[in-house]
Write a protein that binds this ligand. Structure first.
Ligand code: MG
Length: 227
């Protein structure tokens, strides 16, 4: 991985993308967590993004991919100049990430509530292939977890002992339904839960690196009104 760059470089890259469909709040609130994932946690090779022996990341809340694109560009999955074409005609960087167009994107997402069930399937597939060291991380929004499909996945993942699976929730308090307390709710289903500051990169790195022996949930708390 390219260790020359830092979070400030990625913030500058994010600023290159503009437009009414950028979903600034949704994408910016994910930036620190995404950077930590790609800088310190996920084992993925920008030079070989389809290497079968890689970790998988799924951006389930695909309507806010700008920070994801900025991190992928910073890590060398595609040239940073591509960011300038974000949302323009002919650009591969659309308002939802396209796995067939953008190197490093594992799943085309945007229909909320699909990413976590998909990640359960990917974790099962990795197990079936004997890739026990590989991991699957899926990023969901707090309001996205209103979708019932997520709760089927949350129910079944501990039952299947999916220790490769990490659910990363960016909780920017956008849900009109109270989703917390996360430790009690997800914990009751059998998940190991850590709630950390959404901009605390050291805490995010520690929590996202855990392999607690079952499914791991990391809730990145973004105080209401902040991005
Ligand atoms: Mg939210």
């Amino acid at each position: 991985m390219d260790t020359r760059l830092g979070i400030e470089d990625v913030k500058a890259s994010l600023a290159r993308m503009t437009g009414d469909e950028k979903h600034d709040e949704s994408s910016t609130s994910t930036l620190d967590a995404l950077w930590v994932l790609y800088d310190r946690v996920l084992r993925v090779d920008p030079a070989d993004p389809t290497d079968p022996d890689r970790d998988r990341f799924i951006l389930s809340k695909g309507h806010g991919p700008a920070a994801f694109y900025a991190v992928l560009a910073a890590k060398g999955f595609f040239p940073e100049r591509e960011l300038d074409g974000f949302l323009t005609w002919g650009s591969v960087l659309g308002s939802h990430p396209d796995r067939l167009q953008v190197p490093g994107v594992e799943a085309s997402t945007g229909s909320l509530g699909h990413g976590l069930p998909l990640a359960v399937g990917v974790a099962l597939a990795l197990r079936a292939k004997g890739q026990h060291d590989r991991r699957v991380v899926v990023l969901c929004g707090d309001a996205e977890l209103n979708e019932g499909s997520n709760w089927e996945a949350i129910l079944v993942a501990p039952h299947l002992h999916l220790d490769a699976l990490t659910l990363l929730v960016i909780d920017n308090h956008s849900s009109s339904i109270e989703m917390g307390p996360w430790e009690a709710r997800l914990g009751a289903f059998g998940w190991d839960v850590a709630v950390v500051g959404g901009h605390d990169r050291a805490a995010l790195a520690e929590a996202l690196s855990r392999r607690p022996g079952g499914p791991n949930a990391v809730v990145a708390d973004i105080p209401e009104g902040e991005w």
